[in-house]
Design a protein around this ligand. Structure first.
Ligand code: AFP
Length: 364
């Protein structure tokens, strides 16, 4: 593999078809090429911007009751059309479709299941911000020709055989893992190739950068408030170093930054909508991003368990997401454990508000 020379097709042939990898299965390369074709088509639509006449609201809502942008609908159709025909999929699930999408009978059925968010961060579209697409691949474990229902997708994220995202920024990139590390490909637009430019991405274990929507602070659980407060205290507090904050409101952009330079991304459980276990969906946001982060040496937890071990109960289930640099995510998990065991009292005592003068020393 050579950065700047290896194309996506060559990478997939060398990784999956020539040298078997743990997740090896015939047809996975071809499926990922179809996904890459969808990403190229979406990139072409997005770069037209307002000239494409696709900005603004679709005057409809998705399965979550959220307003759909025109491009949410358009990008969803691109994914379906690019991936349904090739005899590689048994079914698809999308953020933009309430039910499982069964492959039309006119097309052959395959052995994979594809779950995707066709346009993540779409609230950034009208401001020309960074958006992305996220996808997750499972092997179908049901009978080859049997009707595929919801239960086929309700598998822990550790069973994914591939996951990735596209980031539509100044350049379009595809970041992908098939279980042999996390690798980044940049679209050479005038040729139409994705070229390997970031092989074997590794997330720094330490960081001074965190990402969270602070406007929700009053709704967070104490361990999250404790962690963020310590970051804000910087060198004047127990962390003894200053931190920086980012929030782009596009998970793909946040995760990409973390893969490139480290950091922590948090969309934790909050009491703002207590029925929701956080904002992000498990099957086609949290699971694929957690797979990529772990493959790059990072950690991804709900606060109380590894995201890839969560047993899904519904197609569009949401989970709290805390992911990124290993040592910081471990610290946040530790704070949740101390809270649940009632051991964090010095940090939440009414006398000192959310802080205490008696801070334990941290060796890490
Ligand atoms: P949209 O796709 O509706 O813009 O949501 C994006 C997202 O799911 C995720 O990509 C962001 O990290 C998060 O929501 C932003 O949420 P807030 O708007 O609450 O900050």
């Amino acid at each position: 593999m050579l950065d700047g020379r290896t194309t996506l097709s060559k990478f997939l042939i060398d990784t999956l078809d020539r040298e078997p990898c743990p997740a090896q299965a015939a047809g996975l390369s071809a499926l990922l090429i179809d996904v890459a074709a969808a990403i190229k088509a979406i990139s072409a639509v997005l770069t037209r911007g307002a000239l494409g006449g696709q900005h603004g609201s679709a005057q409809s809502v998705n399965t979550h009751g959220e307003e759909q942008k025109k491009l949410d609908v358009v990008t969803n159709e691109i994914f379906v059309q690019q991936c349904e025909w090739d005899g590689l999929l048994a079914a698809m699930v999308s953020e933009e479709m309430e039910e499982v999408y069964a492959i039309p009978k006119v097309y052959p059925r395959g052995e994979y299941l594809l779950a995707f968010d066709p346009l993540d961060g779409s609230s950034n579209i009208d401001i020309n911000g960074v958006v992305g697409s996220i996808f997750s691949v499972l092997r179908n474990t049901g009978e080859p020709q049997a009707q595929v229902g919801e239960s086929a997708f309700l598998r822990p994220g550790r069973e994914q055989v591939a996951a990735g995202y596209a980031i539509y920024g100044p350049s379009t990139m595809l970041v992908l893992s098939v279980g042999t590390g996390t690798h980044g490909f940049t679209l050479e637009r005038d040729v139409g190739n994705f070229v390997l430019t970031h092989s074997n991405i590794r997330i720094p274990e330490e960081t001074e950068e965190f990402a969270i929507n602070v406007s929700n602070e009053r709704f967070w659980e104490p361990p999250v408030r404790r962690y963020v407060q310590e970051c804000k205290d910087g060198r004047t507090g127990c962390r003894q170093r200053d931190f920086n904050m980012r929030w782009i409101a596009s998970m793909v952009a946040e995760v990409h930054r973390i893969l490139m330079r480290g950091g922590v991304f948090m969309y934790p459980r909050d009491s703002k909508t207590s029925a929701m276990e956080g904002r992000l969906r498990l099957l086609y946001e949290a699971n694929p991003m957690s797979f990529l982060v772990e493959q790059a040496g990072g950690h991804a937890i709900t606060g109380r368990e590894r995201i890839l071990d969560v047993q899904p109960r519904r197609l569009h289930e949401r989970v709290p997401v805390i992911l990124g640099s290993k040592q910081e995510v471990e610290r946040i998990g530790r704070y949740h454990g101390e809270y649940d065991r009632g051991e964090d009292k010095p940090f939440t005592s009414p006398l000192f508000g959310t802080r205490s003068l008696f801070l334990p020393d941290f060796t890490a």
